[in-house]
Ligand binder design. Structure first.
Ligand code: HEM
Length: 342
């Protein structure tokens, strides 16, 4: 079974992962990646992440599986990777203005709204505008073409590619740092695509909070959105290559590590399908990855999601329609909710 194809991800994807996980490793073949091994259990994902750069590598493997990958920090190892990551991390650790952005969009909402269009996308576009100089007027282009990028249909991203190319000539804020750390224009574009898709993953996080909105309580606080991320894992998987023989697989094997499967592994999380913000080991989830490639946007994401949950607590929520577009994209589409003041 090739888990990198969209067809296998149906509404019952959690059941599918539960069926596959006991097999531990599953060999697959994909027309873009070639032979690869799916890693489904928590302990193995942990092992690979923990031994990055020594026993496993991300070098030349993009989050976009496929051959015509653009260089980006996610496909680099060691010093090369660190030199790029640290300056961006510093910028993204204490972002200004975030609470105001969340508040202003949240407060404008009607009692019924589509979380994807009316909130998630808007907050993300505002952040892209303020931090990366990507004008909100490009919202339609950015939202549709970043989706093509994530599912590796790069040929359909021409307009977004052009918007990013223009920023190369006139960078500021996060874009200026991205230019500074990138060795070429091509790499700048790769890193920018990566950052933009990160922000849209955050859009999915915003939507997830609504999916479980009726479970918010005043005492669950930040635990609430962490549990939403654990149970749903908007960033589903990543790719590594082994540098040594491991578990009977020769050096050079490509492993796809499934964060969404590890996050539902009953050997790690008791009653994994239960939404329980008070579970003891909540912080051990892999929703933001782990190890050297751990999410660069996790601080800004935590800030946005904390604020959102804080605002959401004053309402009662009902989800009345949703369509979750699972793998290979990380994004959610169409999530209609209604809210009423407590
Ligand atoms: C709820 C929101 C988010 C989730 C669940 C998420 C998830 C992840 C995960 C699982 C990884 C690890 C990938 C791997 O190990 O191969 C990752 C890496 C990354 N994320 Fe996020 N992400 C989120 C938000 C963001 C945001 C807002 C940004 C924008 C700054 C971002 C930028 C990145 C980048 C650049 C990497 C690569 C880091 C590296 O290679 O060292 N992410 N993210």
């Amino acid at each position: 079974m090739d888990l990198l194809t969209k067809e296998v991800w149906k509404d019952d994807w959690r059941e599918m992962l539960d069926t596959l996980r006991p097999h531990r490793f599953i060999n697959s073949n994909n027309w873009k990646v070639g032979n690869y091994v799916n890693v489904l259990q928590y302990k193995d994902v942990f092992f690979i992440e923990q031994n990055m750069n020594t026993m496993f590598s991300a070098e030349n493997l993009n989050l976009l599986e496929g051959k015509n990958t653009i260089p980006a920090m996610l496909s680099m190892d060691g010093k090369k990777h660190k030199d790029r990551k640290v300056p961006l991390n510093n910028f993204l650790t204490s972002p200004d203005n975030i609470n105001e952005i969340v508040d202003s969009y949240f407060e404008k909402l009607d009692s019924e709204y589509d979380v994807h269009d009316d909130l998630g996308t808007k907050i993300v576009m505002e952040i892209l505008d303020q931090y990366m100089g990507i004008d909100k007027k490009y919202s339609d282009i950015v939202t549709s073409q970043i989706m093509y990028f994530v599912i590796n249909q790069n040929e359909k991203c021409v307009d977004l590619y052009n918007i990013i190319s223009d920023l190369y000539e006139n960078p500021n804020g996060l874009t200026a740092i991205t230019k500074q750390i990138s060795q070429s224009k091509e790499e700048f574009i790769g890193n920018m695509f990566l950052l933009i898709s990160g922000f849209f993953t955050l859009g999915s996080g915003i939507e997830l909070c609504h999916l479980y909105g009726n479970k918010i309580s005043h005492d669950s606080d930040d635990r609430f959105f962490k549990e939403a991320i654990r149970i749903f894992s908007p960033f589903t998987h990543s790719i590594r290559r082994s540098l040594v023989d491991w578990n009977g697989f020769p050096a050079g094997t490509i492993f796809v590590i499934w964060f969404n499967s590890a996050n539902l592994d009953p050997d790690k999380f008791e009653n994994p399908h239960k939404f329980d913000p008070f579970r003891e080991n909540l912080n051990n989830h892999f929703g933001f990855g782990f190890g050297p490639h751990r999410c660069l946007g996790r601080h800004i994401s935590n800030t946005v999601l904390s604020r959102l949950v804080y605002k959401m607590r004053d309402y009662v929520w009902e989800v009345y329609d949703y369509n979750i577009n699972r793998h290979p994209s990380v994004f959610i589409q169409d999530l209609w909710v209604s809210r009423s003041k407590r």
